[in-house]
Write a protein that binds this ligand. Structure first.
Ligand SMILES: [Mg+2]
Length: 230
């Protein structure tokens, strides 16, 4: 096969996401304490995070759109505490700015630089990271978010949206990601090649295995090279 398209998951594939999201929740909570203290007097940071998670769970049909859910939650929170609706937009922005303050893995820039000369390069994400805001938009030909696609990984619709954007058949495309189900099972089910980014060297949890497994992104070029030759 000829490899024509490579798509990447973002969170925990191009950068570490856990500490980033915690820091964003914390920054939002500090901001809230300063501007809307009745809420932070009622909830600790941990309680507020559980409150948000519980709220999100009430809308499973919107689980592909965290931006919508967070704004919805914030509007509801503002109302319950007698604050104006502007809390929602301002509060979302505070979280979003911090959530997008990512530091790419060292080898990510080296990997992505010049990749578009060889492949159609895409990003496929369930989250609300913004590659243009982050300053890495030039590495990508297209970005497909779960919110745009109306379906989150591992659903086939989001991968099909990416293949359509690339104008490439699944057999000529590979997806790179850290999540065994969302990334590997999802991409495999539509017929794409799969690369599992397994930074923590954990055992494969089961199900159809990835076509390749890497610990760091600098192990990716030889894999793509190999597939391009076959
Ligand atoms: Mg991920």
């Amino acid at each position: 096969m000829t490899l024509r398209c490579v798509t990447f998951d973002l969170d925990d594939t191009l950068w570490e996401c856990g500490p980033l999201l915690s820091a964003a929740e914390e920054a939002f909570y500090d901001w809230l304490g300063f501007n809307y203290p009745r809420i932070s007097e009622r909830y600790s940071l941990e309680e507020l995070v559980s409150h948000r998670r519980g709220y999100f769970r009430q809308f499973p049909e919107m689980e592909h759109d965290f931006t919508y859910l967070r704004r919805h939650w914030l509007r509801n929170l503002a109302k319950s505490f007698g604050y104006g609706a502007e809390l929602a937009e301002r509060g979302f922005r505070v979280f979003w700015e911090h959530r997008n303050a990512v530091t790419l893995f060292d080898e990510a820039h080296v990997l992505l630089d010049g990749m578009r000369e060889r492949f159609a390069v895409g990003a496929i994400t369930n989250g609300n990271a913004d590659v243009h805001h982050i300053g890495i938009g030039h590495y990508f030909d297209f970005v497909i978010t779960a919110a745009q696609a109306g379906a989150a990984k591992p659903r086939p619709e989001i991968f099909h949206a990416a293949l359509t954007a690339a104008g490439v058949e699944a057999a000529h495309a590979a997806h790179v990601g850290d999540d065994p189900v969302r990334d590997v099972h999802g991409a495999n089910a539509v017929g794409m090649r799969t690369v599992w980014v397994n930074v923590n060297a954990v055992p494969w949890p089961g199900g159809p295995p990835p076509d390749a497994e890497i610990r760091t992104l600098d192990e990716l070029p030889p894999v793509l090279e190999h597939w391009s030759r076959r």
